[in-house]
Design a protein around this ligand. Sequence first.
Ligand SMILES: C[S@@+](CC[C@H](N)C(=O)[O-])C[C@H]1O[C@@H](n2cnc3c(N)ncnc32)[C@H](O)[C@@H]1O
Ligand code: SF4
Length: 381
Amino acid sequence: MPDRRGDPVPATGLYVHLPFCASRCSYCTFTVTTRRELIPRYLAALEREPGLGSLPEGTRLATVYLGGGTPSQIPAPALARFLDRLLARHPLLPGAEVTAEANPEDVTAELLAAWAALGITRLSIGVQSFEDAELAVLDRRHDAARAEAAARLALEAGRFAVNLDLMLAVPGQDRPSLGRTLSKLLGLGPHHVSVYLLEMDKPHRLRALHARAPERFPGEDAAAEAYLHVHDVLTGAGYEHYEVSNFARPGHRSRHNLRYWLREPVHALGAAAHGQAGNRRWANLDTVSGYLDAVESGTRPVAWENRLSALEALAEEVMLGLRLAEGVAEGRCEAAARAIPAFGETLEAFSGLGYAEADGGRVRLTPRGWLVSNELFAELV
Ligand SMILES: C[S@@+](CC[C@H](N)C(=O)[O-])C[C@H]1O[C@@H](n2cnc3c(N)ncnc32)[C@H](O)[C@@H]1O
Ligand code: SF4
């Protein structure tokens, strides 16, 4: 649909944050709430938000990502009503990718049938581990058998591309337990796997446990070894390690997440949701109550909004590009190194250590380089 000046409105990705969870896991710092009674109010606010300017009139959707929180906690008829109204105003492009996150304990044949009918094409299931002891320390509500059953149901439904999330460096994880988790995962054969090293930068219960009992956690060397082991095992089984934390069978990369890394437009609805379009970046208020109050009083619920300078845009392009296996055009890296000499020096040191390599006019990080990439990226922010 053209905009008021007659220009076509570019298609966008859309992230929708659904913050409801049955309980908070021991490592989680996302914007979530256990107050299910707020679901109707929250969905009403999500419906109202595009009208407050969050999604330009006439924008069509190339990808939709229902993330959380736990989208599988939203009753399917309520989710259907919300999506129907959203998509009536913002139609999907043909072949659009529509992802929803689900927790294993919610994955049933009924949920999958309802979600397929809603047009969901991709499921992301938070398995984390196939070891009961690790799941217990993560305070997950599922055990390994439930995770396996959920993944099998989702794959056998034949209607979805399936991602399974795993976590590394969690207490009690060692090479044998990781080996068992990976064998089970490969036996299931999902289309996509996301693998996250346990993040400890924000306060959560596991961080407090680490302060009291660091010996219960794999050390930095063990975590690095685990990451490189996962790389070897998954690439050996035919998965492409296409981004720092993401592996896909050929043809199954996450199109929505690629939009962030390739700096394509992604709009955002819901508490704590982040958007990007051109050089504009913004984030919504990151509490559910703040978000509801803003939308209900007719105000766009943004916490901040800014426009990247030319240098910030270049730094972002290089940083996000280096997260990808395809890397970044050499000329862009050189431009960033000229503008930010400390970045150039660290990149040169990375090359010397075998953490970065250049060929075919592109600069790429190796898996060892990805492991320490925060050091390089710190020069760009
Ligand atoms: C938006 S979250 C949660 C989605 C869903 N509710 C679930 O728990 O499966 C997506 C993924 O982020 C990862 N994650 C969350 N907190 C993390 C942390 N502190 N460190 C590493 N990974 C984390 C988990 O693997 C999780 O599945
Ligand atoms: S279920 Fe997912 S979003 Fe909810 S608290 Fe656990 S990790 Fe966080």
